[in-house]
Design a protein around this ligand. Structure first.
Ligand SMILES: CC(C)(COP(=O)(O)OP(=O)(O)OC[C@H]1O[C@@H](n2cnc3c(N)ncnc32)[C@H](O)[C@@H]1OP(=O)(O)O)[C@@H](O)C(=O)NCCC(=O)NCCS
Length: 166
């Protein structure tokens, strides 16, 4: 297991190909994908393709979407991480948790550690976060991290906002 970060309650590690089912489970709840622009992951084959084509290539830059686990019982609760979007030359901070773990500050805790890592270890200067305007929980996390409003955007078909780390 390639562990990347630890926080008081969490550890973050790189996904492996054996985690395909976790992606299926996480996206199977429409509440989780309501503002994310994707939807259910069809089957193991599609989940493996997401891992190999989208998630793993980011790891060569020492970033990427990382699996989040509770230290207390090793439970997988979702993911968080930085993603280099080449076309925009920006680093996107993202996160996603199973609904039963919302509202415990876990997303804020994971995102804060990830942001600090990006700034202090990777020396990144172009970190942004994008969220649908109605995704109050996500906007709250972004604001708590200290990112500031940059501009309006679209997230799939929803009006969205982009925030940037100054
Ligand atoms: C976004 C997400 C990760 C946030 O997880 P979380 O566990 O609620 O996050 P946290 O507990 O760290 O913080 C959320 C904050 O928003 C607040 N909040 C959550 N839902 C809210 C709502 N409907 N209205 C007002 N405030 C809300 C919480 O009180 C908390 O603020 P606080 O720490 O000041 O109390 C979670 O909702 C999720 O996985 N959503 C689905 C995927 C997604 O939308 N990802 C983001 C895409 S941009």
């Amino acid at each position: 297991m390639t562990q990347r970060l630890q926080t008081p309650r969490l550890y973050l590690r790189e996904f492996t190909i054996d985690d395909a089912q976790l992606l299926i489970d996480l996206n199977s709840n429409p509440n989780v994908t309501r503002y994310t622009g994707d939807g259910p992951v069809k089957d193991l084959q599609e989940a493996q393709r997401i891992l190999t084509d989208i998630i793993f290539p980011q790891y060569k830059n020492k970033m990427g979407r990382w699996a989040i686990h509770l230290k207390s019982n090793d439970e997988f609760i979702g993911w968080c991480g930085l993603k280099h979007i080449i076309e925009e030359n920006e680093i996107d901070l993202g996160y996603r948790l199973f609904e039963k773990y919302w509202g415990n500050g876990y997303a804020s805790e994971a995102a804060k550690a990830t942001l600090d890592y990006g700034v202090n270890n990777l020396k990144l200067t172009n970190i942004i976060a994008r969220a649908a305007k109605d995704n109050v929980a996500s906007i709250n996390v972004i604001k708590k991290l200290g990112l500031v409003y940059l501009k309006n955007d679209m997230c799939a078909h929803d009006p969205a906002e982009i925030y940037i780390l100054k």
